[in-house]
Design a binder for this molecule. Structure first.
Ligand code: NAD
Length: 392
């Protein structure tokens, strides 16, 4: 009988699961349905550019309708309300429901506020195209407000969290704010742009010389680093730091961390700190009909440490999952997940970046890193295009 595959999420993991499943299963063998909150596949590794107005929305929100046209994959746009694991049924907010023989959970991660009082209510985030547009519009509005009110809180921008998301955003804002200020007759010298990081340094995944390179480059463009200082509370426009200091700001963007998706954490499959536990084939260890792709699963490396939740890992998981579902239906041998790490690149604005590439971790600084980051984005886009021609 024809199998039903339901995929939750159309990010890197979900989209690639759908395409690889279709490349391995004909339309006579299986129906594939992708359920996604929004009608687009979002290139979330480029959201920092959209948040600073440096790229058009069209470049980071690719319509699923167009991407999957004629590929034998159904799209359902809607918020998943419930995952009924026992009855193998997905319920969407509008009342629609879908039964499955195999389910792929690819819902990504959620912002972690770590229970910090007032933080969620008083901050913006950068997890989606909507968030990025919100940040851009908000920043512009604050500059306009400052041009009229001269209220310093309107000219003060705080990014909370110096991981890759926070640093890439602050780099882009450092490049774009001078232009926005000029547009509204504000002196860029009046602007304060802070990056607050709880740990002694930003971007601890990089070597000290690369970190130093990032800090120097960003400081030259007006970023002020407050490191070793956790945000402990936010009360309206007052951001409190660990040392008792406060910053008055009307813009706090929280990039302080992510956690597993709550729908996955609470659906009844086995989880480890809110992220699904998987076997080597990326099946849930408690429910073999449930496959996982992307940040909502935790995958352990050979040293027993979890891999970081990155786009490159999500897309590789998605690719494997589609083939493994087909093998599982046929009771054939599935492939074990064996990720390839191409490196980590951090953009520091329009023309600058740092990174490491390849297994040996070759270091890149400045234009080569920036170009490599753009090339890696182009590589992803051409890769999914290649898969489109394979699928169906
Ligand atoms: P993260 O967890 O990597 O970084 C969050 C940072 O916020 C940490 O440095 C943490 O110390 C800091 N922080 C936490 N609590 C704080 C507090 N109270 N006050 C101040 N600082 C605080 O989160 P992220 O940057 O959103 O990244 C999430 C994942 O996505 C990571 O695995 C990352 O590798 C990946 N990512 C990759 C790229 C890329 O490859 N270019 C870009 C963005 C994100």
């Amino acid at each position: 009988m024809k199998k039903q595959i339901v995929i939750l999420g159309a990010g890197y993991g979900g989209l690639l699961s759908a395409l690889s499943a279709r490349a391995n299963l004909s339309v006579e063998e299986a129906d594939i349905t992708v359920i996604n909150r929004v009608p687009s596949h979002q290139i979330i590794t480029e959201l920092h550019r959209l948040a600073a107005g440096n790229v058009h929305e069209k470049a980071v929100a690719l319509p699923l309708e167009k991407l999957l046209k004629g590929k034998g994959v159904q799209i359902k746009v809607g918020n998943v309300q419930a995952i009924d694991i026992e009855n193998r049924k997905i319920v969407v907010e509008d009342g629609d429901y879908f039964r499955y023989d195999a389910l792929v959970l690819a819902l990504g991660s959620e912002t972690n506020y770590f229970g910090i009082p007032g933080l969620q209510e008083n901050s913006l985030t950068l997890k989606s195209v909507t968030d990025a547009n919100r940040v851009f519009n908000h920043v512009k509005e604050r500059v306009v407000a400052y041009s009229k009110s001269k209220n310093k809180a309107d000219a003060t921008f705080v990014i909370g969290g110096g991981g890759l998301t926070g640093v890439e955003l602050v780099g882009e804002l450092a490049d774009e704010l001078p232009g926005i200020c000029r547009q509204y007759g504000v002196d860029f010298g009046d602007i304060s742009l802070y990056l607050v990081e709880a740990m002694p340094t930003i971007l601890p995944i990089f070597s000290p010389d690369l970190i130093e390179r990032a800090v120097t480059s960003l400081e030259k463009r007006g970023v002020e680093f407050l490191t070793g200082l956790a945000i402990t509370e936010v009360n309206g426009s007052t951001v409190s730091l660990k040392d008792g200091r406060t910053i008055e700001t009307n813009t706090l963007v929280w990039t302080g961390g992510v956690q597993g998706h709550s729908l996955v954490a609470n659906c009844g499959i086995e989880v480890n700190r809110g992220r699904a536990s998987v076997n080597e084939y990326l099946q849930s260890v408690s429910h073999p009909e449930v496959f996982l792709a992307g940040d909502c699963a935790v995958v352990f490396g050979p040293e027993g440490r979890p891999y970081p939740p990155t786009a490159q890992l999500a897309w590789q998981m998605g690719e494997l999952v589609g083939g493994n579902i087909a093998a599982w239906f046929r009771e054939a041998k599935m492939d074990a997940f064996s990720p390839v790490f191409s490196g980590t690149l951090a953009s520091l604005g329009r023309k600058d970046g740092i990174g490491t590439i390849g297994e040996s971790g070759i270091k890149l600084k400045g234009t080569p890193a920036s170009l490599m980051k753009k090339a890696s984005n182009a590589r992803y886009l051409s890769h999914i295009e290649g898969l489109f021609s394979l699928a169906y």
